[in-house]
Design a protein around this ligand. Structure first.
Ligand code: AMP
Ligand code: GLY
Length: 427
């Protein structure tokens, strides 16, 4: 089968690496891809916002499966355009992708379906937002309704911070994504991510992971897209996972299907493990980045079969995904300045040295300039390892980080710390 993968980050490098291993994959194209992806796929310039151009490419290259990596093309309805012409697509419709595209949509869905999540109020102007803040009191969470590249959420510990966040949103900081906002109850607990594949009726649990959103060691500093992750997240025990399936995922899938917008693709849940049980923090409509990298390092099943069966509504007929009991961990190397304005163009050397001890380096924001690999984004590399325990995977990943020669890069030094502490207690 000929496959087209859309995206250019570390998530897409991991997807490309795994898709290319499948005996079902005859040819793999990636648009736009990156230099890491180019090792396993043919990278092409194709604008995902130009649906006609993507369709023309799929027709010309007899594409049997389109895998959409990032959220923007999903929220923009690219899968509807492709499905409308008969192509198999991994990724939800525009209507179902509102789960990520509108925080208010998801909160209202939770209310209709009785899904456990924090109390909330949707607001469309500053005065209403301030009134809602007064009701909730600090700490409180303020979210721009639409896609804001991971920057639209403020967890405010004080009322002054909360009021600043509201003013920011309604002063237009997030453009149309901030035309509306959600004021939300602060949930307390440990966070975990969980992923499930669904074709709108069958749901197959995929895997769990834990991300590290803050830029600094000890979870300090501003929020990022994710500075590192590990999988599985043992804090999400089989009992808690079962609760998340019955109380959160199943009613979501059922309600969306009943309301005429069946969800097809991967559901990515941010879950807070509160004293009352798992509560939904948010939904995303795609794989997590860098959670995808660690889950795929553990995946033993054929990824093409899984994603193709999902796209063709055949999940009931296939084997559920199998994972190695090993742990995987990834450390994000970012460019100086991230999550603000990252330094571009810094030279990257030593990838083969870094991979010599069994680690795998996924490219997230790299470019080739005059034959030299350089940084071209905020998150640049994902240094990834698999081992019996998170502690061992962490050792391998940081040894690989130390073997890299990337002077304008930096990373957190404590990825996996919660699980490493638990492993130490267990030992
Ligand atoms: P989101 O973009 O919705 O994932 O939010 C970013 C981060 O903000 C989450 O990963 C949580 O750490 C935090 N967060 C979001 N909503 C809440 C909430 N209701 N209570 C506590 N923390 C939250
Ligand atoms: N790592 C969080 C995300 O992909 O949204």
């Amino acid at each position: 089968m000929n496959i087209l993968l859309l995206g250019s980050g570390g998530r897409e490098h991991a997807l490309a690496w795994k898709l290319a291993q499948s005996p079902r994959c005859d040819a793999l194209w990636a648009a736009p891809g990156n230099p890491g992806i180019a090792q396993v796929a043919t990278c092409i310039a194709l604008d995902a916002t130009d649906h006609a151009a993507v369709l023309a490419f799929c027709e010309a290259h007899v594409i049997g499966l389109v895998v959409i990596g990032p959220e923007a093309p999903l929220v923009d309805g690219l899968s509807d355009s492709l499905r409308g012409e008969g192509f198999a697509v991994f990724g939800p419709s525009k209507a179902a992708a509102q789960l990520e595209g509108s925080k208010g949509f998801t909160k209202d869905l939770c209310a209709r379906a009785g899904i456990p999540t924090g109390g909330y109020e949707r607001v469309t102007d500053e005065a209403a937002a301030m009134a809602a803040l007064a009701k909730f009191g600090a700490p409180v969470v303020i979210k721009a309704d639409g896609l804001a590249a991971g920057k639209g959420v403020t967890v405010a510990m004080t009322m002054a911070e909360a009021e600043d966040a509201v003013r920011d949103i309604f002063a237009g900081r997030f453009g149309s994504a901030g035309a509306e906002a959600v004021i939300e109850e602060f949930l307390e607990g440990e966070e975990a991510s969980f992923f499930a594949l669904t074709d709108g009726s069958t749901i197959l649990p995929f895997a769990s992971a834990q991300d590290h959103k803050r830029v600094g060691d000890g979870d300090t500093g501003p929020n990022t897209g994710g500075m590192g992750a590990y999988s599985p997240a043992r804090v999400l025990t089989p009992e808690l996972e079962a609760l998340a399936m019955t109380r959160i995922i199943a009613p979501t899938v059922r309600t969306l299907a009943n309301e005429g917008m069946p969800y097809s693709g991967v559901l990515f849940l941010g879950i807070m493990l509160t004293a009352k049980g798992p509560e939904l923090i948010e939904y995303n409509c795609r794989f997590g980045d860098p959670e995808c990298q660690v889950m795929l390092m553990r995946l033993e099943s054929d990824l093409v079969e899984l994603l193709h069966a999902c796209a063709e509504n055949r999940l009931a007929a296939i084997e559920p995904p199998r994972f190695s009991p090993d742990a995987a961990l990834t450390v994000v190397m970012a460019a100086e300045g991230y999550p603000g304005t990252p330094a571009k163009g810094g030279a990257i050397r030593g990838i083969s040295e870094a991979e010599a001890n069994g680690a795998r380096v996924f490219h997230a924001g790299t470019a080739l300039v005059d034959g030299e690999l350089v940084a071209s984004g905020g998150r640049v590399l994902n240094v990834t390892a698999r081992a019996k325990t998170v502690t061992q995977a962490q050792d391998i990943a940081y040894a690989a980080v130390d073997a890299l020669d990337f002077p304008t890069g930096f990373c957190r030094r404590d990825i996996g710390w919660r699980e490493v502490a638990r492993e130490r207690t267990d030992a």
